[in-house]
Design a protein around this ligand. Structure first.
Ligand SMILES: [Zn+2]
Length: 372
């Protein structure tokens, strides 16, 4: 993911989003179709017709990618794994699933669902193609969609984690060894090796006169290697955190503000002076909500002198909190799942401190260093 994401709406309740990098690949696919595929298949069309067909086909290509991702997501949801969103980006699509899967069989089915959908679509378009004899543009479109879906299915079955094939491989190792961590280490290492092989193959292609394709393959390899490594690191972090409690990483200091304080007073008195990013909101000595810097900046600036903390705070009932003896590992997983950066530590309505991602990273750093 590189930059801004554009929401496209929901399918089956799942938010669908476009990463800004997607436009680059959309333009590239449209161009290769309009300047290469269609002119080679059909001579003598007016130029605009190549471009319209190119763009329409590119849209159908990304609909195919979306169906692949939806297939992963719907199977995941069926097994109780939450689906946060599906994002289309420069290297295809990705389903953001909440939390880890609970069994090897489920992971296997979730991973296999995408390629299975793509291969089914390829078969469907192939059947339609044989039915569309005579209608030339439709024929070309269906032939391309059959081909591209087959490619999507087969490419993703390469056993290089985090590609689907690598996830299938990980699930199999997990099923055989009954050790999810070991399975990730094995599949992640294989995934990194395959990533490097892609890079090498791409470079070889580049020097063999196939520069653009080679560069693209190298980029994909580099992306895969990075993704495999960061998943392994994420797992290693969770392993270090296992058994440690929030009280070991939390900061006992927090800032609380009265519920009737205006945003302007807060900005002048706290945010700018102390660089504070979130406040517990209190009334009569009890915590009633959480106010974040993000919540403040979402309000138009002219309203700051009149809007009060309690008007824009996250109320206590919706506020996510944690306890001193909660597992750090669970807390980090919750933060990832809910997309929050910090949690107040509260017991019996009394604030005890805050724990943030930075605090956990600091804890990890100290912990790793002290164990060397
Ligand atoms: Zn997939």
């Amino acid at each position: 993911m590189t930059g801004r994401v554009i929401p496209l709406g929901r399918i089956a309740g799942i938010p669908i989003r476009l990463d800004s990098s997607w436009f680059l690949i959309f333009a590239l696919v449209t161009w290769t179709l309009a300047a290469g595929y269609y002119p080679a298949e059909f001579k003598g069309w007016p130029a605009w017709e190549y471009w319209v067909m190119g763009a329409a086909t590119a849209v159908m290509f990304f609909v195919s990618v979306l169906l692949h991702e939806l297939s992963h997501s719907l199977v995941a949801r069926r097994f109780g794994t939450s689906v946060r969103s599906i994002t289309l980006f420069i290297f295809g699509g990705v389903s953001q699933l909440g939390g880890g899967t609970t069994s090897a069989t489920r992971e296997f089915l979730i991973a296999a669902a995408g390629p299975a959908a793509s291969l089914l679509l390829a078969a469907l378009f192939w059947v339609l193609e044989s039915a569309a004899v005579g209608v030339a543009p439709a024929l070309a479109l269906l032939r391309y969609l059959a081909y591209i879906n087959a490619m999507l299915g087969l490419f993703n079955l390469i056993p290089g984690f985090p590609l689907d094939g690598g996830r299938v491989f990980k699930a199999i190792v997990w099923g055989v060894t009954h050790d999810a961590h070991r399975a990730l280490r094995v599949a992640g290492t294989v995934g990194r090796v395959i990533g490097y092989l892609f890079v090498l193959f791409g470079v070889w292609q580049m020097f063999g006169g196939n520069f653009v394709n080679g560069l693209w393959i190298s980029f994909i390899g580099w992306f895969l290697e990075n993704a495999a490594m960061s998943e392994m690191q994420g797992q290693a972090i969770l392993e270090i955190l296992t058994g440690h409690k929030v009280r070991e990483a939390m900061r006992p200091d927090y800032t609380s503000v009265p519920a009737d304080r205006t945003l302007q007073q807060l900005v002048d008195g706290h945010v700018l002076v102390h660089g504070q990013r979130s406040f517990l909101v209190e009334r009569d000595g009890r915590v009633v909500g959480l106010l974040t810097l993000h919540g403040i900046t979402r309000q138009p600036r002219p309203s700051w002198p009149t809007v009060r903390a309690e008007d824009v705070m996250i109320p206590r009932t919706k506020m996510r909190t944690t306890r001193r003896d909660a597992d750090l590992r669970d807390v980090l997983e919750h933060m990832d799942r809910d997309g929050v950066n910090q949690l107040p530590v509260i017991e019996n309505s009394h604030p005890l401190g805050m724990v943030s991602r930075e605090d956990i990273i600091g804890f990890l750093r100290d912990h790793v260093v002290s164990h060397r």
